[in-house]
Design a protein. Structure first.
Length: 178
């Protein structure tokens, strides 16, 4: 996606505003939370003279990334129209690209941190599941009882015999539930 942002920035620098606008909107359609694309489109909107759209886009970019320098510059240029700040927004593309790289790095770190947290939670859940199942299941106990009684013809007729560990565990569970 960063490649598309660079394409849009290049198009702006070359005066190909229609191509820049299409690319920014394409980015926003792909990822509505892309603050860099929103800020870039805000900068483009100033060039087109659409200050209301520029302000709305810059505010949205800041709501996603409160540290977006380009969005802050757009709002600053809109709030100080006679300062010449609006024209400097397109002239300083190297700085803008560096700022966008920084924002992309921050976003990548956030994604990696979220992935690490998700992996940790999955590992904890797997460990808890393993721990819960390591105590033996009712099915395993019943199958063990059946296997123990399968070779003993008296087992089904009430004859006394010693209880298997599985039977003892099952009895203990039954007693604890009562």
């Amino acid at each position: 996606m960063f490649e598309l942002i660079l394409q849009a920035d290049r198009a702006m620098a070359e005066g190909q505003f229609d191509r820049a606008e299409r690319t920014y909107w394409q980015l926003i359609e792909l990822d509505p939370s892309n603050a860099m694309a929103l800020a870039g489109l805000a900068r483009f909107s100033i060039e087109r003279g659409d200050d209301r759209l520029a302000r709305a886009l810059a505010r949205r970019a800041l709501s996603i990334d409160p540290e977006s320098i380009l969005a802050k510059r757009v709002l600053d240029a809109l709030d100080n129209p006679g300062s010449g700040k609006a024209s400097s927004l397109t002239k300083d593309l190297t700085l803008v690209a560096a700022e966008q790289l920084e924002a992309l790095g921050r976003r990548r770190r956030q994604i990696l941190e979220a992935q690490a947290a998700a992996e940790e939670a999955a590992e904890e859940a797997a460990a808890a599941l393993k721990e819960a199942s390591s105590g033996g299941s009712i099915r395993a106990e019943i199958e063990a009882e059946a296997a123990a009684g399968a070779g003993d013809p008296a087992a089904g007729r009430g004859a006394t015999r010693s209880k298997s560990p599985a039977e003892e565990a099952h009895k203990a569970r039954r007693v604890s539930l009562e």
